[in-house]
Design a protein around this ligand. Structure first.
Ligand SMILES: Nc1ncnc2c1ncn2[C@@H]1O[C@H](COP(=O)(O)OP(=O)(O)OP(=O)(O)O)[C@@H](O)[C@H]1O
Ligand SMILES: [Mg+2]
Length: 524
């Protein structure tokens, strides 16, 4: 197949091309070049490509090209697993529609439903939503899906995962059978095939996945560190490298709260994001992170999928992710759109097996990095301060300060003065005593034999999740999602006491508020 890198060769409408130019996209990324013609042909498709390679536009461009501006019906539905992603995708769709005059609207839990109903009266043609709130509108008859011609599941494997399955099925039953359905994600666990059969008709597979599933521009390393030393390790790493923006992933909501607070106490500009915050709080944190008023975003897996924040140079897995897909998506918050990034993963000694599982499934060996010593951390911080100082010198505009500088130099030694300035700028760490509640180590799980990996079409015998034998291997685990529904349990091996799918709220202090999907369901 000809690889159509040039958007102008794809047969798109001038108004869509104009929007692409306006976005600054010079050439199509491989997933775009391959998906756009297939999507334009009207076929169902499954699109897989590494994180940060432009999958949103890969489905957004052909979708917008297809929709007539004359209709006042909802003709397209895009579903995302989290609210923040719905908002972000809606923004990108909004930019792509701007010359064509098509309306689009994000619909997600936690936002005032009256406001959404009013916005729906303006007759948007494209709805971008999280499943829970979508169902809510469907039940209220404020959204009708009778005219939907295109359905897209962004983060398809996540969307089709156990916790969302039922809602997606309900929603899709209301969409006419005669439709185009497209699934996109960076990870396609083997069992997506089975699930896709339910929703797609003879889909074309587009897979832009070289040998490794994770994005190649991410410099990955793991650091073996005991649970109790993780916070110190994180502080040292941040001091040493001074990330422009960093995302630190914690396992539970409690962990995120404690860690964000601890970082603030130490003087870092950090804030937390998880599903127990109000939507207003979530929006504020995301806005501050996007505009750089906080440097460190501490988050549960609610921020693992799809979020695209430019300037994220570092991702830290403060706690190991539960499954390899989550690892791929978490670290994929950096190293996007051709930029480089760094991803560090903390592993406690008892969790090494779990790290090896991630390596096997992602087909990437993650090198070990020693924990920086205190001296290295201090040296790193001083180096960064000196670099900043020199940048300021180069920028100039220092006239206002020169008089005072000359006065001070008449009275004091220059080395003494500059050392004091560096000390101030480096900012001494407030030595607050910080104790985080320890998390249990992630339990070793067995992925079944047969070389499982994250690529579709490569079936391990038995699959590794969603398989009938799946159940918790102790420890219990529920993910934190963004649909106002908390997380849901996910499991691999074990004793047959699975509670996946039963959706019972499961909260206990020992689990640090790991919640099930239904716990804070349908915030209206
Ligand atoms: N053709 C292009 N040229 C330049 N930049 C692009 C192009 N297409 C997309 N981008 C930019 O690349 C970034 C990543 O895109 P996007 O969020 O769609 O990635 P993704 O593949 O969906 O990643 P993820 O798997 O993490 O969801 C965005 O900032 C987007 O604007
Ligand atoms: Mg995406």
């Amino acid at each position: 197949m000809k690889n159509l890198k040039n958007f102008a060769e794809l047969g798109l409408e001038p108004k869509v091309l104009q929007a692409i130019t306006e976005l600054g996209f010079e050439e199509a990324t491989p997933i775009q070049a391959q998906s756009i013609p297939i999507a334009m042909s009207g076929r169902d498709m499954i699109g897989q490509a590494q994180t940060g390679t432009g999958k949103t536009a890969a489905f957004g461009i052909p979708l917008i090209n297809k929709i007539s501006k004359d209709t006042d019906k909802i003709v397209a539905l895009i579903m995302t697993p989290t609210r923040e992603l719905a908002i972000q995708v809606a923004e990108e769709i909004g930019k792509l529609t701007r010359f064509k005059g098509i309306g689009s609207l994000p619909i997600y839990g936690g936002q005032d439903i009256g406001r959404q109903i009013r916005a729906l009266k303006k007759k948007p043609q494209i709805i971008i939503g999280t499943p829970g709130r979508l169902l809510d509108h469907i039940n209220r008859k404020t959204i009708r899906l009778d005219d939907v011609e295109t359905v897209i599941l962004d983060e398809a494997d996540e969307m089709l995962d156990m916790g969302f399955m039922e809602d997606i099925q309900t929603i899709l039953k209301l969409v006419p059978e005669e439709r185009q359905t497209m699934l996109f994600s960076a990870t396609m666990p083997p069992n997506i095939q089975k699930l896709a059969q339910q929703f797609l008709k003879n889909p074309e597979h587009v897979s832009v996945i070289p040998k490794q599933v994770s994005a190649p521009l991410i410099d990955q390393a793991y650091i073996e560190v005991p649970e109790r030393q993780k916070f110190e390790a994180l502080s040292r790493l941040i001091d040493m490298e001074s990330p422009e923006l960093a995302i630190v992933f914690g396992r539970t909501k409690r962990r995120v709260d404690e860690l964000a607070e601890a970082l603030q106490k130490r003087g870092y500009s950090a804030d937390g994001l998880h599903g127990d915050l109000s939507q207003n709080q979530r929006d504020t944190v995301m806005r501050k992170f996007r505009d750089g008023s906080i440097d460190v975003l501490v988050a549960t897996d609610v921020a693992a999928r799809g979020l695209d924040v430019s300037g994220v140079t570092h991702v830290v897995n403060f706690d190991l992710p539960q499954d390899p897909e989550s690892y791929v998506h978490r670290i994929g918050r950096t190293g996007r759109a051709g930029k480089e990034g760094t991803a560090w993963t903390f592993v406690t000694p008892r969790e090494m097996d779990h790290l090896h599982l991630i390596e096997r499934v992602t087909r990437h060996r993650i090198p070990r990095k020693p924990l920086p010593t205190l001296a290295e951390a201090i040296e790193g911080k001083q180096r960064v301060t000196a670099e900043r100082l020199l940048e300021t010198v180069e920028k100039g505009e220092l006239n206002e300060y020169k008089g005072l500088a000359i006065q001070l130099l008449e009275q004091y030694d220059s080395v003494q003065l500059l050392s004091a300035a560096l000390k101030m700028l480096t900012g001494e760490k407030k030595d607050s005593d910080i104790q985080l509640t320890p998390e249990d180590p992630i339990r070793v799980k067995r992925r079944h034999s047969g070389k499982p990996d994250l690529r579709s079409g490569r079936k391990p015998s038995g699959g590794y999740r969603g398989g009938s034998s799946g159940s918790r291997s102790g420890g219990g685990y529920n993910r934190d999602r963004g649909d106002g529904r908390g997380g849901y349990s996910k499991s691999y091996s074990g004793r047959g006491d699975s509670y996946r799918g039963d959706r019972k709220p499961r909260t206990s202090s020992s689990e640090g508020r790991r919640t099930t999907k239904r716990e804070d369901s349908y915030e209206k």
